[in-house]
Design a protein around this ligand. Sequence first.
Ligand code: GRF
Length: 220
Amino acid sequence: MVERKKLAVLISGRGSNMEAIYNATCTQGYPAEICIVISDNEDAGGLNFARSNEIKAAAFERKAFEDRNEHEQAICEAIDASGADIVVLAGYMRILSKPFVERYEGRLLNIHPSLLPAYKGLDTHGRVLEDGAKIHGCTVHFVNSEMDGGAIIAQAAVPVLSGDTESDLATRVLKCEHQLYSRVISLLATEQIRLVEGGVKFDDIPSIDGNDSLFSIDIM
Ligand code: GRF
């Protein structure tokens, strides 16, 4: 049997994406497993989920370190000691330095709740509603040193319906996030996608659940 790739998952809060990834890793034949969950917030709900599922979990609060450099250094050491092959940002709320991003280049992923490059940053759902956009969604991308930058790997779109509140929209997008992230991780773990010269190289992507396109998932 091919060895499963190891995932270090970084979170800051409730960790629902991490939980969805964990559930995917429990399915037959999934090519990766979580080896560590790391948070910059010791009260992050996701840490409890990890511990109760016997996943190694560690918190590194920023205030316990002299500066950003030392904080990141401690996180890198924990990632490297865990033997992680892929680093997955799942609601990790800190901007990472260039050295951190370069250290894990091509194996560092993020999920963002918008159809990038639109709506980088925070409060995406509120801004989408304010602008009257009709389509919204989420994006999984390789991370570079620009905020919410880096090569886009896959996106899932949802409609913005009349009368939607921010919470309605957030729920609809989150449901997509939970499906999209584990699929992309699986593709990276099996080397069907790679970062090449700042762009994504796809190797013979098979159709997913009968869909021909990686970019359309049926969530409605
Ligand atoms: C998600 O919407 C993710 O896209 C964003 O932060 C949120 C984290 O949610 N980066 P959770 O902690 O995974 O529930």
